[in-house]
Design a protein around this ligand. Structure first.
Ligand SMILES: Cc1cc2nc3c(=O)[nH]c(=O)nc-3n(C[C@H](O)[C@H](O)[C@H](O)COP(=O)(O)OP(=O)(O)OC[C@H]3O[C@@H](n4cnc5c(N)ncnc54)[C@H](O)[C@@H]3O)c2cc1C
Length: 466
């Protein structure tokens, strides 16, 4: 085996080989890599460190029908309703039915979700969910808890499976051990530049290391898990790595992209200059009772929607933007004073630290907030196994368009999507043979664009004047 591996390297000095190449190390990429490595030789490549990405920033939590009084069908109903009728019912069914197993998989990797006094998992309420079904960890540090556990699992897996140094990258240059258990090699600080195409099939990628090293990877299956594109906007909650690289590379290679027009703005990002600009104040703060007020202190949401501050994100974000327009662009106020300083500190330790570091005593005074680009519902069109329209190319997580979100993502469904469809894409990629593949579901364009009434006409907006 070792001799074979050396021979491959000598022959193709600058070309690494893997059965499955996974690009991106958020919840989708880590999950896909761990799953694929159960039977294939996997190379996981990521632009920064393993932990860089949106996953680590997630605060609110991960949705799942875990409560005995809840059901995947109820979760699916809320998901389809939030998506303005444009979600794919089959993809939503898979998401909600496989959600509890995906969450159990995270727990098996060591994620410790917060528990209630009776020892059961503490479930909280977020906007447009009809009941509490959001698991969280470390109060408001859910993404960090998930990321820490998955990164550790990947590092352990790569150490066990790796036969040589360089972060294990050379391992993927060797022969496959698929079927009898695969291997996992890592390459950090290395960016996808472009996909490699041969006869219409994706056969790997061109990479660029932070030190300027160029590498080529040849792979039977390539999984894009490169996350979102929030950095295209002037105000965003997204990390620096969220520059839409995977979308662009897939598009250049000829893959179908879909629903790119649906971009979610989070209603409540911190409206302060400097280090904490656009830091996200989770919906869960409103779930705990915080209210939104215009700069004169008047609430404006109850008049628009009976759910008030817990109305769907698009409605809340649009209402805030309209109120801001009536007060010359100045931010609205998130009033969390009713929650109390002690509970804010206990329930939202990360946020509490940030808000206070920004100079705001939010137990006593309101916090200025503004909408900010947060999540792209669209992306690279995939089927339920993560297969794109290009043979050899798979996608999962925020860069993919599975159809679960429709026109608008239900809060806390994206971590779940990453776990459920990352696992599916990893499994399918590991099984991939060099044969034609196709996406058998109709593109949404065939279904027709939403009518205005379906997405909610802005109508005459709320204002701070009256
Ligand atoms: C502030 C914030 C709070 C959020 N809160 C929640 C929440 O409470 N619940 C919820 O469900 N969702 C939440 N979300 C959304 C959720 O976090 C993301 O949708 C999800 O984590 C995306 O996972 P991912 O694996 O697709 O991408 P990411 O976690 O963003 O990972 C993308 C990976 O791709 C890598 N990458 C990018 N470009 C390249 C390239 N060219 N070459 C190599 N690697 C590349 C990145 O370095 C990174 O490792 C939140 C998002 C933000 C920004």
């Amino acid at each position: 085996m070792a001799a074979q591996r050396t021979a491959v390297h000598t022959e193709r000095r600058s070309e690494l080989r893997a059965e499955v190449l996974v690009i991106g190390s958020g919840i989708a990429g880590l999950t896909a890599a761990l799953r694929a490595a159960q039977r294939a030789d996997v190379l996981l490549v990521t632009k920064g460190a393993l932990a860089d990405g949106a996953t680590r920033r997630a605060q609110g939590g991960i949705a799942g029908a875990l409560d005995p009084a809840d059901s995947p069908a109820a979760h699916a109903r809320d998901t389809l309703a939030a998506g303005a009728g444009l979600g794919d019912p089959e993809a939503v069914r898979v998401l909600c039915e496989e959600g509890p197993a995906a969450i159990a998989g995270l727990i098996a990797h060591g994620v410790r979700f917060d528990r209630a006094d009776d020892g059961s998992h503490a479930l909280c309420l977020e906007g447009a969910h009809d009941r509490p079904r959001i698991l969280h960890a470390g109060g408001d540090a859910t993404g960090r808890a998930i990321d820490d556990a998955l990164v550790q699992a990947v590092r352990e897996r790569s150490q066990h499976g790796s036969a040589d140094g360089a972060g294990g990258a050379g391992r993927a240059g060797g022969t496959g051990t698929g079927g009898a258990g695969g291997s996992l090699a890592l390459l950090e600080h290395t960016a996808l530049v472009d996909l490699r195409l041969e006869h219409g099939r994706v056969v790997g990628a061109e990479l660029l290391g932070a030190d300027g090293t160029r590498r080529r990877v040849r792979a039977r299956a390539t999984v894009l898990a490169t996350g979102g594109a929030g950095q295209l906007f002037s105000r965003t909650t997204n990390p620096a790595v969220a520059t839409g690289d995977g979308l662009a590379a897939a598009w250049r290679a000829g893959a179908v992209l879909e629903d790119l027009e649906f971009f979610q703005f989070h209603p409540t990002a911190l409206a302060v200059p400097g280090r904490y600009a656009s830091f996200l104040l989770s919906e869960a703060v409103r779930g705990e009772g915080a209210l939104l007020r215009c700069e004169r202190g008047r609430r404006f949401l109850p008049g628009l929607d009976p759910r008030g501050e817990l109305a769907p994100r698009d409605l809340v974000a649009r209402a805030i933007a309209q109120v801001m327009a009536t007060q010359e662009g100045r931010p609205v106020l998130l009033d969390a004073t009713g929650i109390g300083a002690g509970r804010l500190r206990r329930r939202f330790p990360t946020l509490d630290g940030v808000v206070r570091a920004a100079g705001i005593d939010w137990g006593r005074e309101p916090v200025p907030v503004t909408p900010a680009a947060h999540y792209g519902m669209g992306g690279i069109r995939t089927d339920l196994e993560g297969r794109t329209t290009l043979p050899g190319l798979y996608a999962a997580g925020e860069c993919a368009r599975t159809g679960v979100h429709g026109a608008n993502r239900l809060a806390s469904n994206s971590l779940l999507e990453g776990a459920v469809f990352g696992t599916r894409a990893g499994a399918a990629a590991a099984r991939a043979q060099v044969s034609p593949q196709r996406v058998d579901r109709a593109p949404r364009a065939a279904v027709g664009l939403p009518r205005r009434a379906e997405t909610g006409s802005p109508g005459p907006g709320p204002s701070c004047r009256s």
